[in-house]
Design a protein around this ligand. Structure first.
Ligand SMILES: C[S@@+](CC[C@H](N)C(=O)[O-])C[C@H]1O[C@@H](n2cnc3c(N)ncnc32)[C@H](O)[C@@H]1O
Length: 276
C-alpha cells in the first residue's frame, strides 16, 4: 500500500477524514483480534461498571467505528440478537471477513453521523472512536436518534486526567509520528516496545503512572497486540484527550439523561447516558 502522507499539498487535510484513512491503513495491517484483545474478559472490563455482559443477551446494538470487528464479535459472543456495525474506512472489508455470525450483523460503510435513525436499538456503543473525530456531536446525535426511549449509549474515550506523564511524552511525539508512513512507524514502534516490556515489569514493583491500565489490560495482551496498541497511539492523525467534564458534556449536550462517567483504570473515561 502506498501513502501520500508526506506529500505537501500546501493545505492541511481535514483531520477527521485523514484519521479515517490512517485507520484504514492500520487495520489492513493489523487484521486479527487474537487473545485477550478480542476477549469477552476485556469486553466486560470495557462495559463495567455500567453494563454487564448479560445485558447484551438478546439485545439489538449498534457499534460506531467497528474497525476490524473486535467489538462486534464480542457482542455476538455475549449473545446480542443483532448488531449494526458502522465503519467508514478501508477496514470495512476486514470487518466483514472477521465476522463470527455474519447473518446477525448489518455492516454499514459510513461515518457515525449517518447511522440511520432506527429508533428501536437497545444500545449504541462507541469504543475508542469519538476522540478521533474533530466534531463528534453529530455522531452522538445519530446514536440518540437510533435508540428507543430508555436505550443507552456507552462510549469509551481517552482521558486527560491521570495521564500527565503520558501526554507530556506522547503528544509531542505524535506531532511527528502521525505524519509518518507505515514503513517508518513500524521500526519506531519496535523501539518503544522493548522499554514498554521493562515498564510492565517495573509496574509490578512500583506505583508508576498508568499502573492500573498496564497491569489490568496492557500486560494481558500478546506481544503483537501490544505493538498494535503502541502503533494505534502514534498513527491516527486526530486524537483528543477528554477531561471528565468534556466527556460528560459530550452526551448531555445531545439530550442524554442520567449521564455517568467512570475513570477506567485511572486514565480514560467510560461514559453512559440514557435516551429519555
Ligand atoms: C481505535 S479504532 C476502534 C475500533 C473498534 N471500536 C475497537 O475498539 O476495536 C477507531 C475506529 O473508528 C473509525 N472512525 C473514525 N472516524 C469515524 C467516524 N466519523 N464515524 C465512524 N467511525 C469512525 C476508524 O476508522 C476506526 O476503525
Amino acid at each position: 500500500m502506498t501513502t501520500n502522507r508526506n506529500t505537501k499539498t500546501g493545505q492541511e487535510p481535514d483531520p477527521s477524514s485523514r484519521t479515517i484513512r490512517d485507520f484504514g491503513e492500520q487495520w489492513l495491517r493489523y487484521r486479527d483480534n487474537e487473545g485477550y484483545y478480542g476477549s469477552l474478559e476485556l469486553f466486560s472490563d470495557i462495559l463495567s461498571p455500567f453494563v454487564g455482559l448479560d445485558q447484551m443477551k438478546g439485545a439489538t446494538v449498534a457499534e460506531i467505528g467497528s474497525g476490524t470487528g473486535r467489538l462486534v464479535n464480542m457482542l455476538l459472543e455475549a449473545g446480542a440478537k443483532h448488531v449494526i456495525a458502522v465503519e467508514p474506512s478501508d477496514a470495512f472489508e476486514v470487518l466483514r471477513q472477521n465476522l463470527l455470525q455474519p447473518e446477525k450483523v448489518t455492516c454499514l460503510k459510513m461515518t457515525g453521523d449517518r447511522l440511520p435513525s432506527y429508533g428501536h436499538l437497545d444500545y449504541v456503543l462507541s469504543v475508542g472512536v469519538l476522540h478521533h473525530i474533530a466534531d463528534p456531536g453529530p455522531v452522538v446525535q445519530a446514536a440518540f436518534r437510533a435508540l428507543h426511549p430508555g436505550g443507552k449509549f456507552l462510549a469509551w474515550l481517552y482521558g486527560r486526567e491521570g495521564n500527565r506523564l503520558y501526554l507530556a511524552t506522547v503528544r509531542p511525539m505524535r506531532t511527528l509520528t502521525k505524519r509518518l508512513p507505515h514503513i517508518l512507524l513500524t521500526p519506531l514502534v519496535e523501539l518503544i516496545y522493548w522499554p514498554s516490556v521493562l515498564y510492565v515489569r517495573l509496574c509490578h514493583a512500583f506505583p508508576l503512572p498508568m499502573r492500573g491500565y498496564v497491569l489490568s489490560v496492557f500486560e494481558k495482551m500478546s506481544p503483537r497486540k501490544r505493538r498494535l496498541i503502541i502503533y494505534d497511539q502514534l498513527n491516527p492523525f486526530y486524537a483528543k484527550y477528554y477531561t471528565r467534564s468534556e466527556a460528560q458534556a459530550l452526551l448531555s449536550d445531545q439530550g442524554f439523561k442520567d449521564v455517568q462517567v467512570h475513570h477506567r483504570h485511572g486514565y480514560s473515561w467510560t461514559v453512559i447516558g440514557t435516551k429519555p
